[in-house]
Design a protein around this ligand. Structure first.
Ligand code: CTP
Length: 400
């Protein structure tokens, strides 16, 4: 089989050096990568590096190898174009269809999926000109990932960092695997909760659960690859931020509820993949609870936590909002799942059978997705991303 053909466009920002790692990930996993840097990108990383790492020639202008008509051929033959980093200038050129070098020409001739991973200073990212260019590109079907928040070039920090190359690579892999040029979640805002809540007893102890957060992160990652704006409300997951996803970190069920309700206000879909504690300790000891010689420990009194899934299902923040819940069942999986779906009032319920092989923290999952309309979609044992894509397929059908 032919290797998938990837064009890695690199524009002139300091994050260009991180594109070397992205390039390695592509080549090491069997992709044929043609790097097309802009002239200013070469101030940061030279052509020799791109050529050596990709094993392909490197050009920035349309005047090199003219007989091969590279400005048309490279774009036409690509299976994916990813521009990382994409500067404010590059986004502006792409949005307006300028074509004054090889990369901008390639963007006009490409008919494959296109991903932009912007990196710039916060002010430049937030400027209305940049935001309008990003909106234009997204409306046309490009996946423009949100920059990460963190340390920028100088001493300042803020939104504008290039997401982790490993995460950009994962996103590109998903986009390539789907191979569609029109992302079906474009223009949509989705909220995903992930991980497991921790309910503190005292400053050092908590009641928690074994949820790894991997299924929720897979949902966030796949939604971003399908063009959605994603808010991931993450409870104690300890996983790397998926590229292009806004991550809100929470600890307890009450904090998770607050963050989910806030994000859900303008969301098209809410997926509750987090394992939320049904109960929390009634009292929180401000100091560490000490054992007392000769005395039995005090019993821990628990109180109910709010049922977030039931609440957002009953009181939709906007008409047509699709709400998805998860359920882990050991027996009578389908009957219990149906009853839970009705009780919670959500549109879809992903029912996992928990047993020996299906342990927490694994990379794979197997489930049945029940619909309030009576539908039943089995998802065979496979990667959590595959289950996530099935969930989004079902959500998209309901949104449409
Ligand atoms: N959930 C929630 N708020 C809670 C508890 C759970 O939003 N306080 C959500 C989870 O995110 C998940 C679904 O509800 O989407 C799972 O519900 P589960 O805890 O299995 O349901 P229960 O009604 O508590 O049923 P069970 O008695 O089986 O625990």
């Amino acid at each position: 089989m032919d290797k998938p053909k990837v064009v890695l466009g690199v524009s002139g920002g300091i994050a260009a050096y991180k594109a070397c790692e992205l390039l390695r990930r592509f080549t090491e996993s069997g992709h044929d990568v043609r790097v097309v840097p802009t002239a200013s990108a070469l101030h940061f990383v030279g052509a020799a590096t791109w050529s050596a790492l990709s094993g392909n020639p490197v050009a920035t202008e349309v005047w090199d190898d003219v007989h091969q008509v590279p400005h048309v051929r490279i774009g036409q033959h690509a299976d994916l174009v990813v521009v990382a980093p994409a500067t404010a200038d590059m986004l502006a050129k792409a949005a307006h269809g300028l074509a004054d070098d090889l990369l901008t020409n390639t963007l006009l001739t490409a008919r494959c999926p296109v991903v932009f991973a912007p990196a710039m200073h916060t002010e430049m990212w937030e400027h209305p000109a940049t935001q309008e260019n990003v909106a234009t590109l997204r409306r046309r079907g490009a996946v423009v990932v949100e920059p990460a928040v963190g340390r920028l070039t100088g001493v300042d920090t803020g939104k504008g960092r290039l997401p982790d190359p490993a995460e950009i690579f994962e996103l590109c892999r998903r986009v390539l695997a789907r191979g569609v040029t029109e992302p079906d979640l474009k223009g949509r805002h989705v909220v995903v909760s992930a991980g497991g809540t921790r309910e503190p007893l005292d400053p050092v102890r908590f009641l928690g659960n074994r949820s790894s957060g991997k299924q929720g992160y897979a949902l966030a990652r796949t939604a971003a690859a399908r063009g959605a704006r994603v808010t991931l409300v993450s409870a104690n997951a300890g996983l790397p931020d998926p590229a292009g996803v806004d991550v809100v970190r929470v600890g307890t069920a009450v904090q998770l509820r607050e963050a989910v309700l806030k994000a859900a206000a303008d969301a098209d879909a809410v997926v509750m993949a987090a394992a939320v504690a049904d109960f929390r300790p009634a009292a929180y000891a401000a100091g560490k609870i000490k054992k007392k010689d000769g005395q039995d420990p005090d019993p821990v009194v628990l109180v109910r936590n709010p049922d977030i899934l039931a609440e957002i299902s009953a009181d939709r923040a906007r008409p047509g909002q699709v709400v998805v819940g998860f359920a882990a069942e050991t027996d009578d999986v389908l009957a219990n799942g149906r009853a839970k779906l009705a009780r919670k009032g959500c549109d879809l319920l992903v029912v996992n059978e928990v047993g020996e092989r299906k342990t927490f923290g694994s990379e794979e999952n197997e489930a049945v997705v029940l619909g309030a309309d009576g539908s039943e979609t089995p998802v065979p044992h496979g990667p959590k991303e595959a289950l996530a894509d099935t969930v989004w397929d079902l959500v998209v059908r309901r949104l449409d």
